[in-house]
Design a protein around this ligand. Structure first.
Ligand SMILES: NC(=O)C1=CN([C@@H]2O[C@H](COP(=O)(O)OP(=O)(O)OC[C@H]3O[C@@H](n4cnc5c(N)ncnc54)[C@H](OP(=O)(O)O)[C@@H]3O)[C@@H](O)[C@H]2O)C=CC1
Ligand SMILES: O=C(O)C1=N[C@H](C(=O)O)C[C@H](O)C1
Length: 270
């Protein structure tokens, strides 16, 4: 049995991850982590997740539970995530990371850590979004240079990073298929006298409202027609089950940086 620790247990994703890990036939949920000062510290992780008492108390220091898990699932915040990555690297623990909003330097830290431990890093653990990435790659190749590309994402009012990690990954995939550099062609929102649209740009629009779990649409608009690829998540259990699937897949993998495309076997499709 793979012993899974979850960081960010009291968060929206944390409680889903505790349920998903606990429900797995091939893994067991063995350690729960939150940040120092969190009201969750000392509480029973099952109670926090609404599952009743499971006898696993939340700790605020990973080193206190290092002998109790094989792999850590991290859905927290970039700064917290960086600390956890360094601790897992030093202790030789595998990682599944869903946290979004990293800076380029923080992404480099993850890449370097993956020289010493096995890591799955993905801004979206759902099957549907990862399939959509393949569809986007194909659509970009066929009509990307003749269409205006716009990425629209909508999330709940509590989300702290924008655009979403998923929207940015969608932009990266499309830019790579078109041999463009996203850093140079991305337009993050528009206001005022913007001038006419430059066809080479990739536009991003962000909506934050209510309890939207996660919607992403990419529009390829030409004169006379447009293709829209849309994914809508309606339950966070989709992401949590994906993270546990990634954890089980990673169990026997060598050190290195992987993503959900690797986990789902989509890398060589299409
Ligand atoms: N890859 C994927 O498939 C998905 C990724 N995500 C990403 O996962 C992350 C977490 O999302 P979500 O669960 O909605 O967020 P929440 O705000 O609900 O939860 C964040 C959790 O992290 C803990 N935490 C640790 N450090 C910090 C900090 N510095 N500031 C705030 N909280 C901290 C919180 O602890 P406490 O509350 O005890 O203070 C809490 O348990 C985000 O980056 C989000 O984008 C979300 C869904 C899917
Ligand atoms: O914060 C969220 O909620 C989500 N974050 C991820 C992202 O930034 O792409 C994935 C999902 O859409 C939900």
């Amino acid at each position: 049995m793979l012993r899974i620790a979850v960081a960010g247990v009291s968060g929206r994703m944390g409680s889903c991850l505790v349920k998903a890990a606990d429900a797995s036939a091939y893994a067991e949920f063995t350690a729960a982590l939150s940040r120092p000062g969190s009201l969750a510290v000392g509480k029973d992780a099952g109670e926090l997740a609404g599952m009743g008492t499971i006898g696993i108390n939340v700790v605020d220091d990973l080193s206190a539970v290092l002998d109790q898990f094989d792999l850590l699932i991290d859905f927290t915040r970039p700064d917290t995530s960086m600390t956890l990555i360094e601790q897992c690297r030093a202790a030789g623990k595998k990682l599944v990371i869903g946290t979004t909003g990293y800076t380029p330097e923080q992404k480099l830290t993850v890449e370097r850590a993956a020289e010493d431990i096995a890591i799955v890093l993905s801004p979206n653990m759902s099957v549907g979004v990862n399939l959509s990435l393949k569809l986007l790659e194909m659509t970009a190749r066929v009509m990307g240079d003749e269409s205006d590309i716009e990425i629209i994402e909508a999330h709940h009012r509590h989300k702290v990073d924008a655009p979403s990690g998923t929207a940015l990954r969608m932009g990266e995939v499309i830019a790579a298929a078109l041999d463009r550099d996203l850093k140079e062609c991305a337009i993050y929102g528009r206001e005022g006298h913007t001038g006419a649209r430059d066809r080479k740009t990739i536009g991003f629009s962000t909506i934050r409202a209510g309890d939207i779990v996660g919607d992403h649409t990419v529009m390829f608009a030409d004169d006379g027609e447009r293709v829209e690829i849309t994914h809508k998540a309606t339950s966070r259990m989709t992401f949590a089950n994906g993270a546990v699937r990634a954890a089980l897949w990673l169990k026997d993998k060598p050190n290195g940086l992987y993503d959900m495309q690797d986990v789902l076997g989509l890398k060589n499709l299409g």
